[in-house]
Write a protein that binds this ligand. Structure first.
Ligand code: ATP
Length: 386
């Protein structure tokens, strides 16, 4: 019942404590063997624990193998002069190599960040779940350069900033969570993922890593070129520490699409397909629909488009009944439909229909721009993050 104290139970129940000790010993041995690259011992561990394949029940294991994680190729005019080359598994290293170029030419002072978007390639053993995991994908990464010693503070700041960015898209607080890493990569002194609730469960969407001076230090060591920053306030030179934020563009695209596309049951028992994509990301911001194809309504619709298109991507549709046109725009994620009818001829007003609420309100044509901008404009969205 309510009085149950799990922590106390775990730390006092003899059977549970015995299991926990066994589990800890196994995990420690596995970590030790992996660290030493003693793959034979990993295989022995599997055999000793009599681990069976969960699908076939078989214990007939192959030796434990190291997988190739990168794609190799050759660079060079002829076969004998060709050198080995590897496709990058992350975009980050280009930023590190160019760190001093950017800092000096941009006259940047620490702390500052460099962000870039680009292709990354990984020899994923299982590439699946649509575009969630691919061998060729697009990353959006930022390396934020800071003073050594300030990494804990900046790491926390970036964790919060990035979560705020995700939440600002309005896809539901309950669909995000942090996962702090216990086992850290060789370059990190702290790491966390922002996980998103995909249709197949909570999965990593973005990684935030405190990379210390590992990368700049290694480039210095192997290139023999200094990558130090002279801090005018401290009057000393140092290799900066780095906080990295790294998010897959394709994975983000999948998160938005998977979350937004819904079949919604309406009060009258029918269903509509609607792409509830955050308005700021919608490919088309508004559709202008003349109620009928005559009486001068199409002309007014085109005049409205000519004005709005300077700021927003807008579209025109005069095919089928207006209800069907609304549905088409709902499915394409268009946040607004503007309907021109006979009343427009008299008083210069139109109806503005909202994709998510399906509410319609009448307003003067001259107020359309402001009403749309308030919901789809970058400026209004960015203000939420400030
Ligand atoms: P995972 O645990 O899903 O394999 P990772 O920890 O290897 O990811 P990072 O190295 O932190 O990922 O890469 C940063 C981001 O790049 C990830 O959060 C993810 O959005 C994206 N990403 C990584 N690998 C892939 C892939 N194979 N296909 C698509 N996106 C990827």
């Amino acid at each position: 019942g309510d009085a149950f104290d799990e922590a106390q139970f775990r730390s006092t129940n003899a059977r549970v404590m015995d299991y926990q000790e066994k589990a800890d010993t196994i995990i420690k041995r596995l970590a030790r063997s992996l660290e030493k690259e003693d793959l034979e011992d990993v295989k022995n561990l599997i055999l000793e624990l009599e681990i069976v394949c969960p699908v076939s029940g078989s214990k007939n294991w192959t030796d434990v193998k190291q997988f190739n994680l990168m794609f190799g190729t050759k660079l060079g005019a002829s076969a004998d002069s060709a050198m080995d080359l590897y496709l990058r598994p992350e975009t980050a290293q280009g930023i590190f190599v160019n760190f001093l170029n950017v800092q000096k030419s941009g006259r940047m002072k620490i702390p500052f960040g460099i962000a870039q978007i680009g292709k990354a390639f990984r020899n994923e053993i299982v590439a699946r779940q649509f575009i969630f995991r691919m061998r060729e994908f697009e990353q959006m990464e930022m390396q934020f350069f800071i003073r050594p010693g300030s990494q804990k503070e900046w790491y926390e700041t970036w964790k919060q900033n990035r979560m705020k960015w995700h939440l600002s898209l309005g896809m539901g607080e309950e669909n995000y969570r942090f996962h702090d890493h216990e086992k850290l990569a060789h370059y990190a002194d702290a790491a966390a993922d922002i996980e998103f609730r995909f249709p197949f469960g909570f999965k990593e969407l973005e990684g935030i890593h405190s990379r210390t001076d590992f990368d700049l230090g290694s480039h210095e060591k192997y290139s023999g070129k200094k990558l130090q920053y002279f801090d005018p306030e401290l009057e000393e030179s140092y290799v900066p520490y780095v906080i990295e934020t790294s998010i897959g563009l394709d994975r983000m695209f999948l998160a938005v699409l998977a979350h937004s596309l819904v079949d919604e049951e309406l009060d009258n028992g029918s269903t509509r397909t609607v792409l509830k994509i955050p308005a700021v990301l919608a490919p088309t911001k508004a559709a202008v629909l003349p109620l009928v194809k005559k009486d001068g309504l199409p002309e007014i619709a085109h005049q409205i488009i000519d004005d709005l298109r300077l700021d927003f991507n807008v579209t025109y549709d005069d095919k089928d009944a207006v209800g069907r046109r609304y549905r088409r725009q709902d499915a394409a994620g268009t946040p607004f439909c503007i309907t021109v009818d006979h009343q427009t001829l008299e008083d210069q007003t139109v109806t503005l229909r909202h994709r998510d609420t399906m509410e319609q309100k009448r307003l003067p044509i001259e107020e359309l721009h402001a009403a749309i901008d308030k919901e789809v404009g970058m400026r209004h969205w960015l203000k939420k993050i400030l």
